[in-house]
Design a protein around this ligand. Structure first.
Ligand SMILES: C[S@@+](CC[C@H](N)C(=O)[O-])C[C@H]1O[C@@H](n2cnc3c(N)ncnc32)[C@H](O)[C@@H]1O
Length: 468
């Protein structure tokens, strides 16, 4: 784990930048161009965010907070460590944390993250929502949508509807519906060249405009889902004006219903550049994160308010619950022996033998491609209910009757998929949540002194002692 979060590179990246890129930004940046290019040879900053719904891990380097964030720190946490596995932290590039901070939804709001995988922004939005309201987290690529679901589950997000849809379908399903919409757009990724030099191999002088064309298409749909007074947050990780200020200039010219909400800037974050678009002074209210001016990679963020709806709202039709009487009984039996709470039947939905807790305000799911219709509670097996890993990570501390604290050595065995033996248990049969250093790990089934391992097969890994 590095305390500063700086990862030193061995190569001089500035020497590898495409010539047309150097020419373009020399022209655009003028006097500050040398400092901008020099920053490509500086170390990359890494960071992580604490999960406010979890107890704070004791052994993390919390010495260097990311100044504009609620929960962000510079530093690197291993993907095979307890804080990562238990969802006590989410690793995220420090500049990317600014996007969620600008969006800052209120608990209870309806929020859409339209381009969401792998879930950095969605987990951040969920921290603000405190599991209240609805987070629709959408990803168009099926494989990436699966990763998104895994990351949201690990973070204990209990109010997300996870979809694998096109922006067009989202707009048709949710007209005039959301309080906040985040479009963290697929972009030319120039701001990530330093972190991921391979991204340079895709870059051509025409690439930003090709990305901008796709961003226009996405935004044409995104504007339709906002309620009057709702906010659109648009972000990229590129320096390209075509995808940044020019995109917002186009949006303002095309949709007079929208206005820029100026973003407050600190810690080296600077105003957007109206002169890189049509000169509209409102564009200074957008934000640019340049690596030569702050501790993070390149980003652009804009916030726009929707004064008037584009299109008309549909009459809201909620998704109907569908639990059978037999399934209700099995769930009630499980809850009585294992939990200190029950679930509202109006929110329960089964997909085959899988049970989910739908967030409040879940609309009729119709023909949508649904990855998770809410929090996965578990699986109905013959005459019993088996709780899920997602439930183990989402339930608050006092919601489970029996918690079994395990040692770090036991934790390494559990995440590896091994059975563990524990003495002095308070129960000798049934479900218990395993915890390690006060963090949730998984459900286990106690049989005498043995705990049968239910850590999901596809997520098992080998953890090493020095990675904690
Ligand atoms: C910048 S990434 C999102 C990162 C994510 N918000 C996070 O913080 O972890 C952009 C995402 O947009 C998706 N995407 C690509 N083409 C798209 C399209 N035409 N419409 C919507 N999303 C698209 C990509 O698959 C990618 O996951």
């Amino acid at each position: 784990m590095t305390v500063t979060g700086q990862i030193r590179k061995k190569e001089f990246l500035s020497l590898k930048l495409p010539e047309a890129f150097i020419t373009k930004y020399t022209r655009l940046l003028g006097d500050s161009a040398p400092a901008f290019f020099a920053s490509f040879d500086e170390p990359v900053y890494s960071g992580f965010r604490l999960n406010p719904l979890r107890e704070q891990p004791t052994d993390l380097p919390l010495t260097d907070p990311v100044p504009y964030t609620h929960w962000g720190y510079y530093g690197k946490v291993s993907g095979r460590s307890l804080p990562h596995q238990s969802g006590a932290v989410y690793s995220q590039e420090p500049s990317a944390m600014f996007v969620g901070e600008v969006a800052q939804p209120q608990p209870g709001e309806r929020v859409l993250d339209l381009c969401a995988s792998p879930g950095g922004k969605s987990t951040h939005l969920s921290s603000f929502l405190q599991n209240q309201g609805l987070l629709v987290s959408n990803e168009i690529m099926p494989k990436r949508a699966k990763v998104l679901a895994e990351n949201l589950e690990r973070f204990g997000v209990a109010n997300a509807l996870i979809l694998n849809e096109t922006p067009e379908k989202i707009a048709k399903t949710f007209p005039v519906f959301f309080d906040k919409v985040l479009v963290d757009a697929p972009c030319s990724g120039e701001g990530m060249f330093r972190k991921d030099p391979d991204a340079m191999s895709y870059w051509t002088p025409e690439y930003p405009q090709a990305c901008a064309d796709r961003q226009h298409d996405i935004l044409r749909e995104a504007v339709k889902v906002l309620k009057p007074g709702g906010e659109l947050i648009y972000s990229t990780c590129t320096f390209a004006p075509e995808e940044d200020e020019q995109m917002i200039a186009w949006l303002l010219a095309t949709y007079p219903e929208f206005e820029v909400v100026p973003i407050t800037k600190t810690a080296g974050i600077v105003d957007g550049k109206p002169e890189w678009a049509d000169g509209n002074p409102a564009l200074a209210g957008t934000a640019r994160l340049f690596p030569h001016l702050m501790k993070g990679e390149g980003h652009f963020v804009a916030k726009l308010r929707c004064r008037e709806a584009i299109g008309t709202a549909k009459k809201f039709k909620g998704q109907r619950p569908n639990l059978s009487v037999e399934q209700r009984d099995l769930l009630a039996k499980f809850a009585k022996t294992t939990l200190t709470q029950t679930f509202d039947h109006k929110q329960l939905l089964t997909f085959g033998d899988q049970l989910y807790l739908m967030p409040i305000d879940t609309p009729d799911l119709g023909k949508l491609k649904v990855v998770r219709p809410g929090l996965h509670l578990g699986t109905f097996k013959k005459n019993r209910f088996e709780p899920s890993y997602a439930l183990a990570l989402a339930l608050p501390a006092d919601a489970v009757q029996t918690e079994i604290p395990i040692t770090m050595a036991d934790w390494r065995q559990v995440v590896h998929g091994d059975t563990i033996t524990v003495t002095g248990l308070s129960i000798n049969k049934g479900w218990a949540r395993l915890t390690c250093e006060h963090q949730p790990v998984a459900f286990g089934k106690v049989v005498g002194q043995t705990i049968k391992n239910f850590f999901p097969k596809g997520l098992r890994f080998k953890a090493y002692e020095d990675e904690q």
